[in-house]
Ligand binder design. Structure first.
Ligand code: C5P
Length: 407
């Protein structure tokens, strides 16, 4: 994993109205610690000026193949050396056509062609090429553009989007550039080690909600943040990911399939219907252990009398999956308020799972950070306290090592 301080990104901006969004993308990358070098094509410079990108990136902006100010007059070579990626956003139909045909008639096309595509003796990093198409829907649908896109994919170029929706021309359809936050997430994902490449991962996240009547119910305190971070980390690591989610107010990570459920029994049914297609099951959800034995059809009226609520046990989804004849690799979570080591280890053994992630609820619940301990057959490993996405990436790395120690 590159440390943020050493990440160098070359951002190409070609001619399209979405060029103004590249300014926000620059800001997001710089805020994350990347060293961003912007290359504006002649078309791009009609929409935004170099000064905008210079102010946001803190680096000079390149526009001209014949600019003699770089050492050796070799901007088209030097800019991508040591770079993690060239990102072209927006990428116009014209730029994509040139790229697909190996043309090199300006600085951006030339540096794309000249970028290092393989690692050479560990001395030089391979530099990925990601493009974010942005154009009118007819231009995008045109067979010529589609041919170019297919060829670029074959060449290993990563195509980000395009999205669908209203376009600056007033039409609506495919061809909108992805939003800067979406592009940022994709660029970060691209740089993560692909330790789960080709694997299928099923997760549960969030709380469940067990109705008492049409307006009341029993639930657990769970923001869903850890489960969503794990879904994102698994997808970044190359897995195809399905997230079975209880009621939460979170955005689905890009590229993750989401199934919404409410009760523990809904969650169990959604998991059991899909688990056979998956290699890994990660149960992060805070499933309600009990549900009301009866759900009132109408709102229970208030009275001064005390009331008794009869509860019955919910299915234990993780235990049921782990007990399948051919279970996937199962990972559980244990949120405890005391004696973490003892309770988490006991749960791992009781549920017969290879890995459990334990945390003290006082340290993780609802927060953006978490401090966890991993328990497996070899004992316990505490991870340093970190943001939930960082913790999730470390858990994914551990799962990757456990299922494939030689990778
Ligand atoms: O609730 P408990 O502490 O047993 O949770 C441990 C693990 O089991 C968690 O990973 C949780 O998602 C999972 N679990 C489950 N179904 C339940 C209860 C817990 O899948 N009914």
């Amino acid at each position: 994993m590159n440390s943020p301080s050493t990440r160098r990104i070359v951002l190409g901006v070609t001619g399209g109205i979405a060029a103004y969004k590249a300014a926000e993308l620059t800001r997001l990358l710089v805020k994350d610690g990347a060293d961003v070098h912007v290359v504006l094509t002649q078309g791009g410079a009609h929409f935004v000026t170099p000064v905008t990108f210079q102010a946001l990136s803190g680096n000079r902006v390149w526009t001209d193949l014949w600019d003699a100010s770089m050492q050796n007059n070799m901007a088209h070579i030097d800019l991508t050396r040591g770079a993690q990626a060239v990102v072209v956003a927006p990428a116009s139909a014209d730029f994509l056509a040139k790229l697909a045909n190996g043309m090199a008639d300006d600085l951006l096309t030339t540096l794309c062609l000249a970028r290092p595509r393989q690692q050479v003796d560990g001395a030089q990093h391979a530099c990925a090429l990601l493009v974010a198409p942005a154009m009118n829907r007819q231009m995008w649908d045109n067979p010529a553009t589609q041919r170019n896109i297919a060829r670029l994919r074959e060449d290993g170029v990563v195509i980000l989007g395009p999205g669908c929706g209203e376009q600056a021309c007033g039409e609506s359809g495919d061809g909108r550039m992805l939003e800067p936050e979406e592009l940022f997430e994709e660029i970060i994902a691209q740089s993560q080690p692909k330790v789960l490449s080709g694997r299928r991962v099923l997760l549960t996240a969030g709380p469940t909600f067990e109705p008492i009547d049409p307006v009341r119910g029993i639930t657990n305190s769970s923001s869903g943040k850890m489960g969503y971070a794990l879904a994102r980390a698994a997808r970044e690591a190359g897995a195809s990911v399905t997230l079975v989610s209880g009621p939460v107010a979170l955005t689905t990570p890009r590229g993750v399939g989401r199934v919404d459920v409410q009760t523990a029994r809904d969650m169990r049914n959604a998991v059991m219907a899909r688990v056979g297609d998956n290699d890994i099951f990660i149960a992060v959800a805070a499933v309600a252990d009990y549900r009301p034995a009866q759900v009132a059809e109408h709102k229970i009226k208030k009275s001064r009398e005390s009331r008794a609520l009869t509860l019955e046990a919910n299915p234990d989804i993780l235990a049921e999956v782990a007990a399948l004849p051919k279970p996937p690799f199962c990972v559980g979570f244990a949120a405890e308020s005391e004696r973490l080591e003892e309770y988490a280890s006991a749960k791992r053994i009781a549920k017969r799972i290879p890995l459990i992630v334990g945390n003290l609820v006082q340290e993780g619940l609802g927060a953006d950070d978490n401090r966890v301990i991993l328990f497996d057959d070899n004992g316990s490993t505490p991870l340093a306290p970190a943001g939930k996405l960082d913790v999730a990436r470390q858990v994914v790395a551990r799962i990757g090592r456990m299922i494939d120690p030689h990778r």
